[in-house]
Write a protein that binds this ligand. Structure first.
Ligand SMILES: [Zn+2]
Length: 177
């Protein structure tokens, strides 16, 4: 269909698409791009245009359609259209796919990243290990592990609501999956 297709041109388009996707923000966690979240699984150069393979985050999240549209709009705006989105639901997305950069951005945004056991200051106090078993959720504001869960659900089903017992700030925790 496209007379200009060549392996080198395809490679350049795919690389450009990844750059563009790195600027498409998640509607629920605007601190993170869809690449930080790890939901963009593949960018495939097809004869009819780019195919973007996405794995949605939580099945209950209504954000998937918004993300699809943002992805396609961004690619169009960058002159990379036509493109289409394919959803791949298996294997299921896990919070492990959030990049290290994504976890850092979450903390800066004031959301405790999933699996946030490591504290900036070092070791986890013994009493907290005993009280909360495995991994305490560290406060993204002050780094304290002295936190309590207020509600299983925060602003979205993907997050739960916590409060820091040291700095008293409430915060959301991106639930690990
Ligand atoms: Zn705190």
């Amino acid at each position: 269909m496209n007379a200009l297709r060549s392996p080198a041109a395809d490679e350049a388009r795919v690389a450009h698409a990844w750059d563009v996707l790195g600027t498409v923000l998640d509607p629920e966690v605007p601190a993170l791009s869809v690449c930080d979240l790890g939901i963009v699984r593949e960018v495939l150069p097809q004869a009819e245009g780019l195919e973007i393979v996405l794995t949605p985050t939580y099945s209950g999240c209504p954000a998937t359609e918004v993300i699809e549209r943002s992805v396609l709009d961004a690619l169009d705006a960058a002159g990379l259209g036509p493109a289409r989105v394919t959803l791949r639901r298996a294997p299921a997305w896990t919070t492990d796919w959030i990049s290290a950069e994504g976890k850092r951005k979450l903390r800066e945004y004031g959301i405790a990243p999933p699996g946030a056991a490591a504290l900036p200051g070092g070791a986890v106090p013994i009493r907290l290990v005993r009280r909360q078993a495995a991994a305490p959720v560290a406060c993204p504001h002050c780094g304290s592990a002295h936190t309590e869960r207020l509600s299983a659900f925060g602003s979205t089903a993907c997050k739960s609501l916590y409060r820091c017992l040291d700095c008293r700030e409430p915060f959301e925790h991106f639930k690990p999956l």
